[in-house]
Design a protein around this ligand. Structure first.
Ligand code: HEC
Ligand code: HEC
Length: 389
């Protein structure tokens, strides 16, 4: 009974088109075979929905089967791909699967299911689903993939237009198959993964293998062209993970910052502007800057000197000095995750804690100091979490 309620709720939340009273499986999905505008992004699955009592398979059935089908072979709605095809699983790392689930594919109906993105699944649950998919598909990621030599994107474009575009769409529009231009896809998929899919296809689906009809060079050219589809977004090599040993206090012998104004909430000063924090750093003021996002975001880009203390694992707050040192927390949203960290600091009795009002994306956009992974030119649009502060 309770499970049924969860299923209905999520099905409606996940595939929010057509009648809300109809389960998505029953919804007719006539799709033209030619590229068409990408479906509007799915609304966030509700993090408030309790899947905590469900095992991996039950969680999958409740959250994923409406689109990827009960047997995970895809195609139940929105042309969701198979998640258990052997040629997919043998080439997709666990990390690829995990991040595809947690971060979603912005701009398609594949939402971000990770807690950090406002979704219902914590890391352990995402891992559980990945293990379950491996079991169902009976395929570990053990395939030794061929190295991909540099291809010629211009040559690849001709091939793509002729052989791939009708199904996979172009830079802006999704066809009926996986949108290869999706920035999240391009960041997770290695050249070797893409080339493997082109070469062997996805048996049992519409994706043919081209290995018998194309030369290795032609397939490399295709990979090179596909890389240009995301506006030149190459696979990003993230910064090394935070060690937890990064120094907390910036300018430890500096003076405390003097904020001109803190924008208040409920009568309590809470938000400090990018300009003021920038000035405090220029003036070498003593400060702790906390990146409240999941570490993967810190590894993509963070404010120079910021330490990673994600809102879902705040152990390092124990180290914040109790001597009035100011703490600024930020995220991208721009207040949601940073707000959680500031609330926790307040709960622990710290009063000199504030949220960076405009968030890191504005900081980054203005060209203020960041440490960024190679290839992260400007901030990614971050999906809006379902709760706001
Ligand atoms: C509303 C429909 C929908 C739901 C619900 C959904 N997905 Fe997806 N998923 C998709 C679509 C569509 C894609 C392909 C995105 C694209 O167009 O590029 C996808 C892509 C994926 C991928 C990447 C596959 C690949 O070939 O690269 C994974 C992994 C995945 N989904 C797992 C899940 C899991 C696990 C769940 C449940 C927690 C889930 N999805 C829920 C529609 C959905
Ligand atoms: C007739 C339609 C069709 C054509 C033509 C086609 N594909 Fe596909 N392709 C698909 C479908 C459908 C899938 C997903 C299959 C599944 O469910 O696993 C796919 C999957 C892929 C994937 C894997 C994506 C992922 O995340 O797993 C890549 C890469 C790919 N195709 C590249 C190409 C390229 C490059 C071409 C042209 C040389 C091409 N495809 C031609 C339908 C097509």
């Amino acid at each position: 009974m309770q499970r049924f309620a969860v299923l209905t709720l999520l099905a409606v939340a996940a595939c929010n088109s057509g009648s809300a009273t109809q389960p998505p499986q029953a919804r007719p999905t006539p799709r033209p075979p030619t590229p068409r505008p990408a479906p509007s992004p799915a609304p966030k699955p509700d993090a408030g929905v309790d899947v905590s009592g469900l095992g991996p398979q039950e969680t999958y059935v409740a959250l994923c089967a409406p689109c990827h089908a009960k047997d995970a072979k895809g195609g139940a709605a929105d042309h969701a791909p198979s998640l258990v095809n052997p040629t997919f699983l043998e080439s997709a790392s666990d990390d690829y699967l995990r991040k595809s689930i947690a971060l979603g594919r912005p701009g398609t109906s594949m939402a971000a299911y990770g807690k950090a993105m406002g979704g219902p699944l914590d890391d352990a649950r995402v891992d559980g689903i990945v293990r379950w998919l491996r079991e169902v598909g009976a395929t570990p990621a053990t395939k030794k993939l061929e190295q991909v030599a540099k291809g010629d994107a211009l040559g690849g474009e001709k091939l793509y237009t002729e052989y791939c575009r009708t199904c996979h769409g172009d830079a802006k529009t999704r066809g009926e198959a996986v949108h290869l231009a999706n920035v999240q896809f391009l960041q997770l998929a290695t050249d070797a993964f893409i080339r493997h899919a082109i070469s062997v296809g996805r048996p049992g689906t519409k994706m043919p293998g081209f290995g018998a009809v194309m030369t290795p060079q032609q397939m490399n050219d295709l990979v090179a062209y596909i890389r240009t589809l995301g506006g030149g977004a190459a696979a990003v090599t993230l910064l090394p993970a935070p060690t937890g040993k990064e120094p907390l206090v910036l300018n430890p012998s500096g003076k405390d910052p003097q904020w001109k104004s803190l924008r208040a909430e409920n009568g309590v000063g809470r938000y400090v502007s990018v300009d003021e924090v920038k000035k405090a750093l220029d003036d070498k003021r003593k400060l702790v800057i906390i990146d409240a996002r999941p570490p993967s975001e810190w590894m993509r880009a963070h404010i120079t000197g910021a330490v990673s203390i994600p809102y879902h694992d705040m152990k390092r707050l124990d180290e914040v000095p109790r001597d009035g040192t100011w703490v600024i927390a930020y995220c991208g949203c721009p207040h949601h995750l940073s707000g959680i960290v500031v609330d926790e600091l307040r709960r622990r009795g710290y009063t000199n804690a504030a949220v960076l009002d405009e968030g890191i994306n504005e900081w980054h956009r203005r060209g203020l100091p960041v440490v960024a992974a190679e290839g992260v030119a400007s901030p990614l649009p971050e999906p809006v979490p379902h709760r706001h502060r």
